[in-house]
Design a protein around this ligand. Structure first.
Ligand code: FPP
Length: 261
C-alpha cells in the first residue's frame, strides 16, 4: 500500500500521494473581506493573498500535484474601479518579477489562460518571459487564469470552428468534444478533478465552464488570505473521501483520484 505523505507540520492531515488529483483549480476569493475585517485597505487583502499563492504553490509542489490553476483575474474583474485594477496588475507584475527564480528552482512551469491582449504591456512582457523561461520545467504546471472567462473562451473556440467550417476546411460532423477542448485555452491540461472556492461563496463564476463538467467542488468559509498549507491539505483530504461516479452507478469507480478523468 502507498505510504501517506504529510507535509511535515501537519501530520494529522496526511494525504495519500497515490490518489492525488491531477489538477486542482482554485477560485481565490475573499481578499477584500479579509482586509475589511482587519480594518485595512482592499489592496492589503490582495497583497496578503499573494502570500497565500506562494504558500499553496509550494505545498502543491511538495506533495507532488501535477497541475494547479489559479483564477487570479476574471474577464469581469475589469469592471472594478481602475485603482483596484491597476493595483492588481502591479501585484501580478511584481509577483512574476520576484517569483521567477523561485519557480525555476522548484521546476515549476507557468502557463497562462485568458485574454492576454487586454493586460497592460508590462504585465504581458513579464508573463511572456516567465512562460518562456519555465517552459521546460516538468515538476508541476501552474496555470494562471488572467483576464479569463469560461464563456468568452468557449465563444472564441466556437468562432474558430465556424471560420473553419465557413472556409470549407471542416465539416460540422467533424466537430466533437476533443476538437472543442483542443481549441480552449486549457488545451493540453487535464480537466480539473477538484475545484476549490474560498470565502463561503458557492458559485463557479465563469471559471472553467466546459472543463469542470465532472469536477468535485469544495467550498470553504476561509478567506483566501488565510488559506494556506493546512487548508489546502484539508481540501485534498476531503477530495480523497469523495466517491466519483462520472454519471455511472456506484460500483467500479472509487474514491477521489481513482476514476476515469
Ligand atoms: C478575489 O477577492 C480576488 C481577486 C479578484 C484577485 C486575486 C488576486 C490575488 C490572490 C493576488 C495575488 C495573485 C497572484 C497570482 C500573484 P475579492 O477582491 O473579490 O474579495 P471580496 O469578495 O472579499 O471583495
Amino acid at each position: 500500500m502507498a505510504s501517506t505523505l504529510p507535509l511535515s507540520e501537519f501530520p494529522e492531515l496526511s494525504v495519500d500521494p497515490a490518489r492525488l488529483p491531477r489538477h486542482v483549480a482554485i477560485i481565490m476569493d475573499g481578499n477584500g473581506r479579509w482586509a475589511q475585517r482587519h480594518g485595512l485597505a482592499r489592496r492589503e487583502g490582495h497583497r496578503r493573498g499573494k502570500d497565500s499563492v506562494r504558500a499553496v504553490i509550494d505545498a502543491a509542489r511538495e506533495i507532488g500535484l501535477p497541475v494547479l490553476s489559479l483564477f487570479a483575474f476574471s474577464a469581469e474583474n475589469w469592471n472594478r474601479p481602475p485603482e483596484e485594477v491597476n493595483w492588481l496588475m502591479e501585484l501580478f507584475h511584481r509577483y512574476l518579477m520576484t517569483e521567477s527564480r523561485r519557480l525555476m528552482k522548484r521546476g515549476i512551469r507557468i502557463v497562462v489562460v485568458g485574454d492576454k491582449a487586454r493586460l497592460p504591456g508590462r504585465v504581458c512582457r513579464v508573463l511572456d518571459e516567465v512562460v518562456a523561461a519555465t517552459a521546460g520545467n516538468r515538476a508541476m504546471t501552474v496555470a494562471l487564469a488572467l483576464s479569463y472567462g469560461g464563456r468568452q473562451d468557449l465563444v472564441r473556440a466556437v468562432r474558430r470552428i465556424a471560420e473553419e467550417v465557413a472556409a470549407g476546411r471542416l465539416s460540422a460532423e467533424q466537430v466533437d468534444e476533443p476538437m472543442l477542448a483542443s481549441l480552449l485555452a486549457t488545451s493540453g491540461l487535464p480537466d480539473p478533478d477538484l475545484l476549490i472556492r474560498t470565502s463561503g461563496e458557492q458559485r463557479i463564476s465563469n471559471f472553467f465552464l466546459y472543463e469542470a463538467a465532472y469536477t468535485e467542488l469544495y467550498f470553504t468559509e476561509t478567506l483566501w488570505p488565510d488559506f494556506r498549507e493546512r487548508e489546502f491539505l484539508q481540501a485534498l483530504a476531503a477530495y480523497q473521501n469523495r466517491e466519483r461516479r462520472f454519471g455511472a452507478i456506484g460500483n467500479g469507480v472509487g474514491r477521489g483520484g481513482d476514476g476515469p478523468r
